[in-house]
Design a protein around this ligand. Structure first.
Ligand SMILES: Nc1ncnc2c1ncn2[C@@H]1O[C@H](COP(=O)(O)OP(=O)(O)O)[C@@H](O)[C@H]1O
Ligand SMILES: [Mg+2]
Length: 373
């Protein structure tokens, strides 16, 4: 087991396409790191750089203290599971798992021991005599995992390993994979575009957008304290709501003006709003951090009109319009609302995140960066 460190890593493909730029990332020994971002953001590129399949254009990669930047894949001892698994169709499960070990000229008796042990761990020991086409998608996925783990890799690299599984299976495999990683304590980098998967499984999440890492933190940090509008909007289902506000002053106290609504500035932002002297901000509020009231409360509520109500069983999603933009509220109560009805949204002020509309950065991030300059 080792830690993995990327230092100022950039990959420019032939033809000039930038895969990733200036990535700095440390995955601790034994950690489960999710690399989360939309399609084309550079997740697979990062993984293949770590595996050694791609060479960085600039920057260095370390496993522990060892600089592996120039090492070929086979000298890095990584286990890699691809999106499409790529099992060898003409080989039985046993031989699929054994294949990388045979390449390494490991004695056949040792191979048998390892294959049986890893197959048992993944509960596919009854399937060793079958061909891939005789397996379900979930079983094939386990074989691919077994093949990666039989090598006893220092680092496990998974590229959207569940994208071929149906939604129900994904949720059960998710828990299993998390348990397995904990039990093996193997340094793991898990690439996904599915925010729920990343939040559910990872010790920490690195969010990547357009080839750059935008935030690294524990699931609760990245969810609760997004550093940019992108992060707030990428995490959560439904994601964070954003409302444009003008900053006004009443008796020398800053307030937020959203359409015809005047809203107090959350306590933790009062000083920052003054110091940064912004005229406009974006107010970020998570759907579960807003209550619905039938009467307004001065400086506490936002007037809205009901657009649609979506009863989801365990919760209800209320889609409402505020001054021309749409917001979603998740409420646990069974609530009776008519379309176009006036309601008053009561946000939890301590949960609000304010962003600068120009840079789309949270005000605390903007302030930190201004101080550094
Ligand atoms: N082999 C390649 N040659 C040229 N461009 C590539 C290659 N692989 C990826 N890219 C480009 O690099 C960017 C990042 O791709 P990728 O890492 O595959 O994204 P993700 O895995 O997040 O969907 C994309 O713009 C993609 O088109
Ligand atoms: Mg990819």
């Amino acid at each position: 087991m080792v830690s993995v460190k990327l230092v100022n890593v950039t990959k420019v493909f032939r033809g000039g396409v930038v895969g990733v730029k200036d990535i700095n990332l440390v995955i601790e020994h034994g950690e489960f790191m999710a690399l989360l971002g939309p399609s084309g953001s550079g997740k697979s590129t990062t993984l293949y750089l770590i595996a050694g399949i791609y060479k960085p254009t600039r920057g260095r990669i370390f496993f522990g203290d060892k600089d592996v930047t120039k090492l070929p894949p086979r000298e890095r001892n990584v286990g890699l599971v691809f999106q499409n698994w790529a099992l060898y169709p003409h080989m039985k499960v046993f031989d699929n798992i054994a294949f990388p070990l045979r390449l390494r000229k490991i004695p056949e008796s040792e191979i048998r021991k390892r294959v049986v042990s890893v197959a048992r761990m993944l509960r596919i020991d009854g399937l060793l005599d079958r061909y891939p086409w005789q397996l379900s998608g979930g079983q094939q996925q386990r074989v691919a995992m077994a093949r990666a783990l039989a090598k006893e890799p220092d680092v496990l690299l998974l590229d959207e390993p569940m994208s071929n599984l149906d939604a129900v299976l994904r949720i059960s495999v998710r828990a299993e994979l998390k348990r397995l990683q904990r039990e093996l304590g193997i340094t793991t980098i898990y690439v996904t575009h599915d925010q729920a998967e990343a939040l559910a499984m990872a010790d920490r999440i690195a969010l990547i957008n357009e080839g750059s890492i935008v935030q690294i933190g524990t699931p609760s940090e990245v969810y609760g304290k997004p550093r940019t509008v992108f992060v707030g909007g990428f995490l959560g289902n439904p994601p964070m709501n954003f409302l444009e506000a003008t900053v006004g002053y009443v008796e020398d106290k800053p307030i937020l003006v959203i359409g015809n609504n005047k809203l107090r500035v959350p306590d933790h932002y009062e000083e920052l709003v003054r110091k940064l002297g912004l005229n406009q901000v974006i107010v970020g509020i998570r759907p579960e951090d807003m209550g619905i009231m039938d009467k307004p409360v001065p400086y506490r509520t936002i007037r809205a009109q009901v657009y649609a109500v979506e009863p989801m069983g365990r919760e209800t999603i209320v889609v409402a319009e505020v001054d021309g933009s749409q917001v979603k509220i998740v409420t646990s109560k069974s609530i009776v609302l008519r379309e176009d009805q006036d309601i008053h949204l009561y946000p939890s002020f301590e949960k609000i995140v304010l962003f600068d509309p120009k840079t789309e950065k949270a005000l605390e991030v903007l302030y930190e960066e201004e101080k550094l300059e």
